[in-house]
Design a protein around this ligand. Structure first.
Ligand code: FES
Length: 292
């Protein structure tokens, strides 16, 4: 059976897009520094990426407006829907740009095409409004905008489903980690405040030895699977954190909670036990319910 490649994979490999993507990424990084606003745009406060939810609004308003144009005799309602679509495009685009800037190359290539198509669709709907204000039909522009919007939405869906943008890269840990105590090494072999990588059965974990005891976290960052043990232990917003070496997400050492995005999902913490000078870990179950 030949492997099937999505046509969108072709876009992901077009290196000619890197220059444009890099310009946008650098501009976003200049404006958006780590902190409350950046966290809010990524959806850290919600524990869920904000852009996919907000993007439904302009897409829905625009599509509904075009549907009314096709039905006919609904010009006033279509104009209001287009207006709502234009207004709600602003938060959708802002959150999208924040996520885009923290993606990897393939994601950013698709992302820059996605953003460009959305901008063109927005222009079509804007033109449709202007045409209506001048007493002409805006249906053709609205239809064109709808087609482009839907194509762009397909790219957005592909970014999430095939290219794992915004996915939780640590979601499988409760199912793949050891559900019984797994030996990680002699307590004395770990150095205080120096994260160390070990394998706990099938999964890589990061052991952090502190003066107060041990914490064991899944080692691959929930944002995009960077090796967290290569990150820095630091105090962020007053919390002891491990800071991801790739995009700077900060996870609270004690419980893996996200203190700074772009990660939106917490880093899984394993239960630990010390017996006869040996450190053991196993996956943490939720309220005593074992993972399947
Ligand atoms: S991989 Fe992106 S913040 Fe860790």
């Amino acid at each position: 059976m030949p492997s099937r490649r999505s046509p969108i994979d072709l876009i992901a490999n077009v290196t000619a897009l890197d220059r444009a993507a890099g310009l946008v990424r650098d501009a976003v990084h200049k404006v958006l520094q780590p902190g409350a606003v950046k966290n809010a745009l990524h959806g850290v406060w919600l524990g869920h990426a904000l852009h996919p939810a907000l993007a439904q609004m302009p897409l829905g308003f625009f599509t509904a407006a075009t549907a009314l144009d096709v039905i006919g005799d609904q010009d006033a309602a279509a104009k209001r829907l287009i207006g709502l679509g234009i207004v709600t495009s602003v938060p959708a685009a802002t959150t999208g740009l924040a996520d885009f800037a923290e993606g990897h190359e393939e994601q950013q290539r698709i992302g820059i095409v996605h953003a460009t198509l959305n901008t063109v669709a927005l222009g079509c709907y804007g033109a449709s409004l202007v045409q209506r204000a001048r007493g002409r039909s805006g249906t053709a522009s609205s239809l064109l905008g709808c087609v482009i919007s839907v194509a762009s939405a397909a790219l957005g869906g592909d970014l999430i489903s095939r290219h794992a943008m915004g996915a939780n890269h640590a979601a499988e840990v409760p199912h793949t980690g050891p559900d019984d105590w797994h030996e990680l090494g002699l307590v004395n072999d770990f150095t205080t405040d120096r994260p160390a990588r070990r394998m706990a059965g099938l999964i890589p974990v990061m052991v952090i030895k502190q003066s107060t005891g041990f914490t064991v976290l899944y080692d691959e960052c929930s944002h995009m699977a960077a090796p967290l043990h290569d990150g820095e232990l630091d105090t962020v917003e007053g919390e002891r954190c491990i800071v991801c070496p790739w995009h700077g997400s900060a996870f609270r050492v004690d419980d893996g909670a996200v203190v700074h995005g772009p990660a939106i999902a917490p880093q899984p913490v394993l239960d630990t036990e010390i017996r006869e000078g040996v450190l053991y870990a196993k996956v943490r179950t939720f309220a005593g319910v074992p993972a399947s």
